[in-house]
Write a protein that binds this ligand. Structure first.
Ligand SMILES: Nc1ncnc2c1ncn2[C@@H]1O[C@H](COP(=O)(O)OP(=O)(O)OP(=O)(O)O)[C@@H](O)[C@H]1O
Ligand SMILES: [Mg+2]
Length: 1009
């Protein structure tokens, strides 16, 4: 038996081209490759040396290619571009060669969502990936192989989602998924009852893959599951049966595992820090477990640590990949890299992961055994198991298990006995299955599977044929791999769409959230299709707009049924799409359209990196929020969710550099309490909410009685951010005070009240500086001590519900923690009387910069209590309450622009204040100089000497003489622009596109155009 000692895991990285979104925003390329070396540049520190990594292969697929007429991407001569074929030649061919030698092989793809894992593994269109090429080449090699050898190939395909295994070649999977068991003899894990089909050609594998992909698409759409969170495992077994020199029949077998892993960023739940239910949800347990297994194996291989426990058992994925990772397998990992600056952290993470994987050493052996021996061993083991079943089971009170010693109670022994019995029975069954399989000849299996496929094949061929002739709906999925997989042909007459429990049953049955029994009806007459809602309240959107009555469907229209069933309508009979419709419609396009209708503008020209990230997060969160709202309605949770944009300053206290933050607001519809959840926390909760809903669908009645502590919809009441008010500190740089009534506005720019604050330069004891203390040039402050006093006098709040308690908090430059006023209860006009003196022993450039550019964001909070719910509201369903809420707050329709900067207008207003004050002082000086002049003029001639006169005047004027004019000019410009800003905002309000722009003191937390 051959053995390859310590074969290292082969690691390749591959960098994809920019996608359309990245091109649109002018993304920067941060990856470079040179030979086997890959470098990555941190976009934040462009002058630093890039980080270097070396792998077995570094594939540059970013540029340097041509698209041929059929769509195949090939290298431009002389470029370093790596095509699909090149990747196969290096990696796939090796897999194939090893499989023929009888080694187990594994190939897995790792990387962030959208980085190109599926492209490398499976491929798109004629750019076939490693898996199809390998399968194709396998059969070519078989054909050219030894005629005396029998070749047997089987194929299976499974998906691991949420720690459950689903057979992708089966239409009905058991609830909770297939079981994973360990074979006690071999120690390996396997999936009980997974369908393994015999295949005799590449075309058969291709058809089975299509079948598996279609099943995946249906499941992912029905469950509202994000497919990028699922791992897909294709397993090919390849047996070669031949006679050895001794005339014995031997079997050389190879198991080939091809794994397309879930998007790596999903393993990261750091965003959920601070969530009380953080431990409850592990966004992708399998992926984090894989990371741990790889780390442990890397440690073991590098010999640093002798005893490392490899935690294979921690997840389903690592159980199934145990051999691939740390055992008998030749393993290849391909790490897919996103090339854009925005993904720096994730891509660096992927490179580090790949770097660790490269340290792993496996021990692959050739699996070759005499056939007889295999059968004999299986029989013997079966006999042994049978005898265990009958005899030596531990019995309550039996020998060695005397309950008298207090170790085990009767019940415990009974339970253990049952468990063991079950274990043995399962093992027996599995062995029996294996023996039956061996009894059935491969030819028979092939025949059986071909018959099954033929029936399916007819339907597939039919679809291909009809696509170009008949009008149809074709699905769109977030994962491009699952798009264009499901077809519904529109028949002449009426076609009903709805839930399968409707009477009469619909012609197209859909499952999942927000699908009504009679959801919609499509009528097709005279080459024209019309769609209308099937019942009141059924949620359908056409091109992002809710469907309310009959609407004609045009070629390439986007149709969304419920919250997740997205289709594109194709009409080959009248293939004229409305103007401005792109020829190729993808998921992004359809989502942007929906977002736009909800009031989120998605133009990307001239946006900062932060704004682009915010925009991408909005597009990502909107469908999730719709889904959670739909679950809230179905489980009657009395909660509603909304994506909101809030400035970084409003969220974090100071500094407007952070840009806008995308957060989710949850509102309790019974008592009006609200919560703001950061993206990470929302994702975490959404995952738990999905799980809860899945349990509900599985018939688990406890879901309705879940204790609030475990309920992902529940949150203890916390203080709510009513709104914010910004004070720009420019006045401090001239040692002027600031005293004003500020309006407090919420994230939508709606005025919620006022805040009276004062910021005064002062002595170290807090005494205001002398009237005459005047700074001409802020640079004068450098190096000198400086003190200022923040006073929060009082506030006025508009809404009565905030009378339970109010407080204000804020941070100034370099503060780690917030400073907060005490909570003032039972009033809407709290007197805070808060003072704080801030001292800089010697003002430095940074602090001066803060005065000149920065601001203090005062956050006004209201106390919320888990108050008694309104009984009248309790009688209403969540659906009704949400409808009522939407009627009361049509805020959703407001246009929102992703802009993070604190309002320009408020900055301007502040500057104006400063200049006004400076102007006043200069006017005073001017007056003093004029007075001096008249005073000297009035003196006797002999006293009118120039020297002392000059001294007096210059003492007053200092250097202000010629600066005065400039200042006045600046002031004028500012006043002019202020006027223009006001006019512009008034105009905006008139045309009605924005309900409530606040032209008062700048304090908008969310910028609404
Ligand atoms: N090397 C490449 N050349 C050209 N296009 C590519 C390449 N790699 C990826 N793409 C394109 O990028 C998009 C995303 O790739 P892919 O679907 O493979 O991502 P993924 O890593 O599988 O993501 P997910 O985790 O969501 O499944 C696809 O449209 C694909 O065609
Ligand atoms: Mg993929």
């Amino acid at each position: 038996m051959g053995e390859d000692k310590d074969t290292g895991v082969k690691v390749a990285v591959r960098c994809r081209p920019f996608n359309q979104r990245e091109k649109d925003r002018g993304a920067k390329l941060i990856i470079d490759m040179n030979g086997a070396m890959t470098t990555i540049q941190n976009p934040e520190t462009p002058n630093e040396e890039p980080k270097k990594f070396t792998f077995d292969f570094s594939y540059w697929s970013h540029d340097g290619f041509n698209e041929k007429d059929d769509g195949y991407l090939e290298a431009v001569p002389g470029s370093k571009y790596s095509s699909q074929r090149r990747v196969f030649d290096d990696l796939g061919q090796g897999v194939l060669d090893n499989a023929f030698k009888g080694f187990n092989c594994s190939l897995f793809a790792y990387g962030q969502t959208g980085s190109g894992k599926s492209y490398s593994m499976v491929g798109y269109g004629c750019n076939k990936g490693i898996v199809p090429i390998t399968c194709d080449e396998l059969f070519k090699a078989i054909e050219a192989g030894d005629p005396a050898t029998k070749y047997e190939v089987t194929f299976s395909m499974l998906e691991i989602y949420n720690e459950q295994v689903r057979d992708l070649l089966s239409k009905d999977n058991p609830k909770g998924g297939l079981q994973v068991r360990q074979n006690p003899k071999l120690g390996l894990f396997y999936v009980v009852g997974l369908k393994k089909v015999a295949v005799g050609s590449y075309a058969e594998i291709d058809k089975r893959t299509q079948e598996g992909t279609a099943n995946r698409t249906v499941a992912s759409t029905n469950m509202n599951a994000t497919s990028s969170r699922a791992h897909t495992v294709v397993t090919i077994t390849f047996d070669q049966i031949s006679k050895n020199e001794a005339g014995e029949e031997t079997k050389k077998s190879s198991v080939i595992n091809l794994v397309d892993l879930a998007g790596s960023e999903r393993a990261d739940s750091t965003g959920a820090t601070g969530d009380r239910l953080k431990e409850g949800a592990n966004i992708n347990k399998s992926l984090s477990a894989l990371g741990n297994v790889i780390s442990a194996l890397a440690d073991l291989s590098s010999g640093g640590k002798k005893k490392v426990m490899v935690p294979y058992r921690d997840s389903v994925l690592t159980k199934l990949l145990q051999n691939a990772l740390g055992g008998n397998s030749k393993t290849v990992m391909i790490a897919a890299l996103s090339p854009a600056d925005i993904n720096y952290d994730e891509t660096l993470g992927t490179l580090r992961y790949a770097d660790r994987a490269k340290k792993i050493k496996n021990k692959a052996v050739v699996n070759e055994n005499p056939l007889d021996k295999l059968i004999r061993e299986l029989r013997e083991e079966n006999e042994k198991l049978k005898s265990q079943m009958g005899g030596a089971m531990p019995v309550a009170g039996g020998a060695g298990m005397d309950p008298g010693d207090g170790a085990y109670s009767k019940e415990e022994i009974e339970r253990m006995r049952k468990e063991m019995e079950e274990e043995i029975r399962a093992q027996l069954l599995a062995n029996q299955e294996q023996m039956n399989e061996m009894d059935e000849s491969f030819e028979d299996k092939l025949k059986r599977n071909r018959e099954e496929q033929e029936a399916m094949g007819a339907a597939q061929a039919n679809t291909q044929d009809r696509k170009s002739k008949d009008p149809h709906l074709v699905n769109l999925n977030e994962d491009p791999m699952l798009s264009g997989v499901i077809f519904h042909f529109v028949e002449p007459g009426e076609m009903t769409i709805g839930r399968k429990d409707a009477t009469p049953p619909p012609m197209i049955s859909l499952t999942g959230l927000s699908i009504s029994k009679q959801h919609a009806v499509i009528t097709f007459e005279n080459s024209e299709a019309t769609v209308k809602p099937g019942e009141q309240g059924a949620k359908t959107k056409i091109n992002g707009v809710p469907l309310t009555g009959p609407t004609t469907l045009q070629h390439l229209d986007r149709v969304l049924f419920g919250s997740n069933h997205m289709y594109v309508f194709h009409n080959p009979l009248n293939p004229k799409a409305p103007e401005n419709t792109p020829t190729k419609i993808d998921w992004d396009f359809a989502q942007k359209e929906i977002a736009k209708h909800k009031g989120f503008d998605t133009a990307s020209a001239g946006m900062s990196k932060e704004q682009i990230i915010a925009q991408e997060q909005i597009l990502e969160l909107l469908p999730m929020v719709s889904e959670v709202n739909a679950i809230s309605e179905e489980l009657n949770k009395h909660r509603t969710f909304e994506v909101i944009l809030i400035s970084g300053a409003a969220m974090e206290g100071y500094g407007s550099k952070k840009g806008a933050k995308v957060v989710v607001k949850m509102k309790n519809l019974l008592n009006g309490n609200t919560w703001l959840w950061e993206r990470g926390k929302f994702m975490n909760r959404r995952y738990m909410i999905q799980e809860l809903y899945q349990r509900h669908l599985d018939g688990d009645e406890d879901v309705m009685k879940i204790p609030k502590e475990e309920d992902p919809f529940w949150e203890p009441p916390e203080d709510v951010l009513i709104g914010t008010a910004n004070v720009f500190l420019q006045s401090l740089s001239y040692a002027l005070d600031f005293d004003d009534k500020l309006s407090v506005t919420d994230y939508k720019g709606v005025e919620e009240g006022n805040l009276y604050v004062n910021i005064t330069p002062c002595s170290d004891k807090g005494k205001p500086l002398d009237e005459d203390f005047f700074v001409e040039d802020p640079q004068e402050l450098l190096g000198k001590p400086f003190h200022y006093k923040v006073t929060i006098k009082s506030a006025e709040v508009n809404k009565a519900k905030y009378s339970k308690g109010l407080h204000v908090r804020y941070k100034v430059y370099q503060d780690e923690d917030f400073t907060s006023t005490p909570v003032i209860k039972a009033t809407l006009s709290p007197e805070f009387k808060h003072h704080r003196i801030i001292t800089y022993p010697a003002v430095n450039e940074d602090q001066l910069g803060y005065f000149e550019q920065g601001c203090i964001t005062f956050q006004l909070f209201g106390v919320q209590e888990d108050s008694v719910n309104d009984n009248r509201l309790m009688k209403m369903t969540t659906k009704e309450l949400r409808q009522m809420e939407q009627l009361q707050n049509p805020g959703m329709q407001r246009r929102q622009t992703i802009s993070g900067e604190a309002s320009e207008e408020s900055k301007l207003r502040n500057e104006l204040e400063v200049l006004k004050k400076k102007f006043e002082r200069l006017e005073k000086k001017e007056k003093r100089i004029q007075d001096l002049c008249s005073e000297w003029k009035g003196k006797p001639v002999e006293e009118q000497q120039f020297e002392p006169f000059w001294r007096h005047v210059s003492a007053v004027a200092n250097s202000s003489g010629n600066k005065l004019k400039t200042r006045v000019e600046i002031l004028n410009t500012v006043i002019q622009s202020q006027k223009m800003t006001q006019e512009a905002s008034a105009g905006g309000a008139q045309n009605g596109s924005n309900g409530s722009i606040n032209s008062g003191a700048g304090s908008k937390a969310c910028i609404i155009q």
